[in-house]
Write a protein that binds this ligand. Structure first.
Ligand code: FAD
Ligand code: FES
Length: 278
């Protein structure tokens, strides 16, 4: 049976991977093994990670939903709490509650092409979707993964992208605003990849995550290419506190990102998305 932990429980760091100078992946195991056995999550859901003396932040689960123990979280060191989490080492502990939110509608995408478009660390919440599709490869059409980064040196998981690209009917396209010496991907914003992607928008579903200006530009391209707004799904980020739809910190129009998102259908939020103040 699945459960959502509303109060933090202890989780031990069992492995730590420095992905780049500012990005770390932490592998966590719930100390209560009975809880760990019951813990399940949907691709796109997040946990609240609590670091004693620093605070608590939402972080997407970036591991495979079919093996939820242990859990992996990939964290960019941007401020007080994320910095503290990024310093942790194996055997350190955090508080964890979750999983929260509504994830990606992976089941509704069955038999369609799946277009995954991510920017920066936006790839983390979509790794479970990619794992999910690859494990059920014959149930889905083409899988197109487009990832953009500011500088090619920021690209993490190069081996993982190469491994995904080797699967049948799967294409990985990479872009960097600035390409370093050995960069052989596209130079420019992620929208530059659309011409190579040969999307079949008549029967596709798109999942996007990343900085909002990047999402806006990509949604515009997808709409121009004929993908209907109700087949475009995006993950939103807002400051959070309760993660339970109580405190209003993540208010987004009439919705709460923690409870009604973080994944939203573009058709439902297009009137608010990108508007100042929302
Ligand atoms: C649903 C959801 C899922 C998320 N998943 C992930 C994830 O998988 N990995 C991850 O690293 N982060 C993720 N985040 C973002 C993460 O929660 C924030 O980076 C974190 O709350 C920042 O808190 P802090 O105390 O470290 O920084 P703060 O001290 O609060 O902020 C320090 C500075 O960083 C800036 N900042 C805050 N948030 C971000 C951000 N998201 N990106 C860039 N700059 C920021 C602030 O404007 C401020 O200038 C997610 C957020 C949400 C809502
Ligand atoms: S974080 Fe409290 S309502 Fe969403």
């Amino acid at each position: 049976m699945s459960l959502a932990l509303h109060h933090p429980v202890a989780a031990e760091i069992i492995a730590r991977q420095q992905e780049s100078p500012s990005i770390v992946s932490l592998t966590l195991r719930l100390e209560d093994r009975a809880l760990a056995d019951r813990f399940q999550f949907q691709p796109g859901q997040f946990n609240m990670l609590y670091l004693h003396g620093a605070g608590e932040i939402p972080v997407s689960i970036s591991s495979d939903p079919s093996s939820p123990d242990p859990l992996v979280h990939t964290i960019r060191d941007v401020g007080r709490v994320s910095h503290g989490l990024a310093q942790l080492r194996p055997r350190d502990r955090v508080g964890l509650r979750g999983p929260f939110g509504r994830g990606w509608p992976v089941e509704n995408a069955r038999h369609r092409d799946v277009i995954v478009i991510t920017g920066g660390l936006g790839c983390a919440p979509l790794v479970p979707v990619i794992d999910y599709v690859i494990q059920r490869r014959s149930a889905y059409g083409r899988l197109i993964i487009m990832q953009g980064v500011k500088h090619s040196d920021d690209l993490i998981w190069r081996e993982r992208y190469a491994a995904w690209d080797a699967h049948p009917d799967t294409r990985v396209l990479l872009a960097a605003d600035v390409g370093g010496k050995h960069w052989n991907g596209t130079v420019g914003p992620v929208t530059e990849l659309f011409d190579q992607a040969q999307l079949r928008t008549g029967d596709s579903m798109a999942f996007l995550c990343g900085p909002e200006p990047m999402i806006r530009a990509c949604v515009q391209r997808l709409l121009e290419e004929g993908l209907p707004a109700d087949r475009i799904w995006i993950s939103m980020e807002r400051n959070m506190q309760c993660a339970l739809g109580h405190c209003g910190h993540c208010q987004f129009g009439a919705r709460f990102v923690c409870r009604d998102g973080p994944v939203f259908c573009y058709a439902d939020i297009r009137h608010l998305f990108g508007r100042r103040g929302f």
